[in-house]
Design a protein around this ligand. Structure first.
Ligand code: HEC
Ligand code: HEC
Length: 394
């Protein structure tokens, strides 16, 4: 069920929209991942979600436990887990930046530049796909292979030559003995890459963030949002600006899955960032879903990311090519980006594969400030300061 089909007619609709959207998600759809009520609520993990937010899915092969979460937290922050011992997950995912790195594109352990901007780990448990544009990557466990083992670009750079040395470093650290034994009590020698991946995936899946001023407002605290943020909320959910079509629902993304969603959609969109030579092309190392499917109409299509904690995750877009939220709003107001010169020259506003919801709009300086105030109201301070997600080695 995609919320995009809902047409709102009044102010009331605007206010009720997020609620309605989640109700419809519950009510509609087929049977793709349907779970019965009992299974749907089964979890051994304290998710600590606010009222109104559904439980995320847990893979049957890797259920959530607190002991795996704590082991995963140690591994996430441990540079022993890289070929040359210099880089951990946290090198590119910093808690104070909602687990992004502040760079235009990330840099791996041996100095390789990644073609993409580091993604927030906010609420990744709810993502219907992983990374910016990969329809086939649908679990965190599967995604872990990329940062740990990929060769192009090298990130943590674990390969056949250093695998054993990396595991030995983990075995040599005294704190891990108890952590692995508690997380995988049934296994005699639990230090393996399979268990490392499962534990890190549990930690990352547990990174939920639903305690922003926006959430407090939803729970009835009327003072949580300023008058400006409330005006911005109305703009965000308006047919003029269209933001909510792609950044809708409780996680502000149309690519969301949870235990109440029966039919999972995995949409991707071309927002008109490029149009090289007028033929619709994107830069060669960043062509979105086209890279996975080879289908020309998938050129430049990327997942609409969550906008939760968005004020903390600059620069923006898959290639970090927009520096500020002000510039993002100007980009949407223009209906895409005209790249005037250089190798990527071309008018993204007329990209033939651009989504029709990115068609441009007029916006005053006050309205722009209001919209940005609303985006700031999605910042969850507790998420970026919570000891639960912080570096346990410090
Ligand atoms: C060299 C920097 C770097 C390192 C190290 C790194 N990441 Fe990432 N991470 C990125 C980038 C860049 C992306 C976007 C990748 C893409 O779209 O191809 C990403 C994407 C992700 C995603 C997908 C998020 C989403 O919304 O789909 C997850 C989850 C993730 N990383 C977790 C981790 C974990 C866990 C580790 C450690 C095992 C790790 N990363 C190590 C840079 C890094
Ligand atoms: C047609 C769907 C669609 C619409 C409509 C849309 N977005 Fe997006 N948005 C996306 C996609 C897809 C991306 C990622 C694009 C990329 O990186 O190439 C994105 C990226 C963003 C980002 C940067 C996210 C990040 O992590 O870097 C922000 C901020 C944003 N959108 C805000 C908005 C606002 C505000 C509106 C309304 C004015 C809006 N979007 C309308 C699909 C959409």
């Amino acid at each position: 069920m995609r919320c995009a089909g809902v047409r709102r007619r009044s102010r009331l609709w605007t206010l009720l929209y997020p609620l309605l959207c989640s109700v419809m998600l519950v009510a509609c759809g087929g049977s793709e991942t349907h779970l019965d009520d009992e299974a749907a609520n089964k979890t051994a993990f304290d998710w600590a979600l606010r009222e109104g937010v559904p439980l995320p899915l847990e893979p049957a092969a890797n259920p959530m436990t607190e002991t795996k979460f704590q082991l995963g937290r140690h591994l996430f922050y441990d540079a022993r887990l890289s070929g040359n011992g210099t880089q951990s997950c946290s090198s590119c995912h910093h808690q104070d930046k909602a687990f992004t790195d502040g760079l235009v594109v990330s840099v791996g352990s041996t100095g390789d530049s990644h073609p993409r901007n580091s993604q927030t780990l906010t609420n990744v448990a709810y993502n219907a796909t992983y990374t910016w544009a990969n329809p086939a990557l649908i679990t965190i466990e599967a995604q872990m292979h990329t940062p740990l083992f990929s060769e192009q670009p090298v990130e943590q750079g674990i390969d056949d030559r250093n695998r054993d040395a990396v595991l030995q470093r983990i075995l040599d650290e005294p704190r891990y003995e108890a952590l692995f034994a508690e997380a995988f009590p049934a296994q005699g020698s639990p230090v393996s890459f399979a268990n490392i991946i499962d534990a890190i995936a549990v930690f990352v899946r547990g990174m939920t963030s639903f305690n922003a001023p926006f959430d407090r407002y939803q729970l009835g605290q009327r003072s949580a949002l300023s008058a400006s943020a409330l005006r911005g909320q109305e703009l965000f959910f308006s047919e003029a600006l269209e933001c909510f079509h792609c950044h809708g629902g409780y996680n502000f993304s149309d690519s969301t899955v949870d235990r109440t969603i029966a039919f999972v959609e995995r949409p991707f969109h071309n927002t008109g960032l490029y149009n090289i030579g007028g033929s619709g092309d994107f830069p060669p190392d960043n062509q979105g879903v086209f890279e996975a499917t080879g289908d020309p109409s998938d050129m430049g299509k990327f997942r609409a990311p969550t906008l939760r904690n968005i004020a903390l995750t600059a620069p923006y877009m898959h290639d970090g090519s927009i520096a500020t939220l002000e510039a993002v709003v100007e980009f949407y107001a223009a209906g895409g980006r005209n790249v005037a010169s250089g190798p990527y020259a071309g008018d993204g506003r007329t990209n033939p594969f651009k989504d029709s919801f990115v068609s441009g709009f007029a916006i005053t300086a006050q309205q722009q400030a209001d919209l940005i105030a609303f985006l700031h109201s999605l910042t969850d301070e507790s998420f970026v300061t919570s000891p639960r997600f912080s570096n346990p080695w410090e």
